[in-house]
Structure formats: C-alpha cells, structure tokens
Design a binder for this molecule. Structure first.
Ligand SMILES: [Ca+2]
Ligand SMILES: [Ca+2]
Length: 209
C-alpha cells in the first residue's frame, strides 16, 4: 500500500505533518515530522549577517553645512536601502554595529550619523537640511553616530579611504509587513568638504531573530 499522509488542516496540528509509512503488506508505521514553517530546531540565539549597501554622492565638491543630508542626488535622492536585515518579511533583529567605508580621505573628516527607519522617510536632496517629520521619526530604529575614524589608504583625497565605525549599537527592530528591509539616511554634523562622486559603503552587522 502507499504511504498515507495527513497534512496541515487535518487531524494533526498545523505545525506538524503526520505520515503513515507503508512498512510492508498491510502494516503502516506512524511518522511525525515538522511541516514546512518558520520553526527552527537546534538554533540558539539567531544568526548574524552583514547587510551591505552603498551610494555615490553627486558630481560636485560643494561643502556641506552641519545638519545636511548626504545622498545620491540633488534632485531625486534615494534612501540607503538595507535589504535582508530581517530573515523574513516582517521579521525582527538587532543592529549590532555599523561600518562605513568612505572612498575619500579628506583632511577634515566628516562627522556623520546614520538614521535608520523601518518605514521609508522622505529623504532630502543632497546638501540640503535634513527635515524628517514627526511621523517619520516615529519609525526610527536608531540614530547611529559613526564616531570613530580609521584611515585606510592614507593617500590624500580620492587616492585614499577612511573607515568610520560606530560604537556597539544594540538597536532592536521589527520590519514592516512584507519587507525585510530597513531604510538609512546619512546626515553630516559639521562643515564637510566632500569630493565629487565620493562613495559611501555601509556594512551593517545584524543579529536576526
Ligand atoms: Ca579612494
Ligand atoms: Ca548645504
């Protein structure tokens, strides 16, 4: 005889799947197994991933004022989309740390913050003041100062690079339904003179639930 399978929605719990396996002639052995689901066995403390994204700022070297947004356009800027922060859509996790690799090694370093949201805010144009509204701020995960700088290649300007490192963050989040993404906005807090087409790479360490 063939195996007999009792799937979800029958007389077994929705998380289980029961199979009566044919072990010869008219005899069946009952086998219980977990149905395909989000249940994990033997996993302790979630798992840690590095979420990466980058953007290139506009082709100008216009000095920023404190409080300006650093973004990818002076007319149609986009947020820093951090895909895969959660393991599943609507999932949860904790941001542990952020590294930002700046393609330019300027003499006066930028003093940057990464604002992280669960819902996409309206990002301001590059080199314009950052103006999140009250509703948008209600979706903040954290504001992460990129407070420590490490010079990589010490060549001046475009020939060099600098790594900005946050302190330990520990910012918990729940992604909005249907998304595993968080949204970032880079804000500068000093008068920073950038390079044209300066690139910013983000490496976000996330402990996923
Ligand atoms: Ca460089
Ligand atoms: Ca400005």
């Amino acid at each position: 005889m063939a195996d007999i399978v009792l799937g979800q929605g029958s007389s077994v719990p929705s998380t289980m799947r029961t199979r009566y396996r044919d072990v010869g002639d008219t005899t069946h052995a009952r086998v219980e197994a977990l149905a395909p689901s989000e249940i994990h066995l033997g996993e302790i403390g979630g798992r840690t991933v590095l979420v990466k994204q980058n953007f290139t700022r506009p082709n100008n070297a216009t000095q920023y004022a404190a409080g300006d947004v650093v973004s990818d356009s002076i007319t149609t800027p986009t947020t820093i989309d951090l895909d895969g922060c959660a393991r599943v859509n609507g999932g949860r996790g904790v941001i542990l740390k952020v590294l930002m690799v700046d393609s330019a090694n300027q003499t006066t370093k930028g003093n940057f913050e990464l604002w992280v949201f669960t819902h996409e805010p309206t990002i301001d144009n590059d080199n314009s003041p950052w103006t999140p509204n009250d509703t948008e701020c209600g979706y903040l995960v954290d504001i992460i100062p990129l407070s420590t700088t490490y010079v990589g290649d010490a060549s001046a300007g475009a020939g060099g690079n600098v790594v900005f490192r946050s302190d330990i963050v520990e910012a918990g989040f729940t992604c909005q339904s249907g998304m595993d993404r968080l949204f970032g906005v880079l804000v500068v807090r000093n008068a920073y003179t950038p390079l044209a087409n300066e690139n910013f790479q983000f490496i976000v360490e996330v402990l996923q639930d």
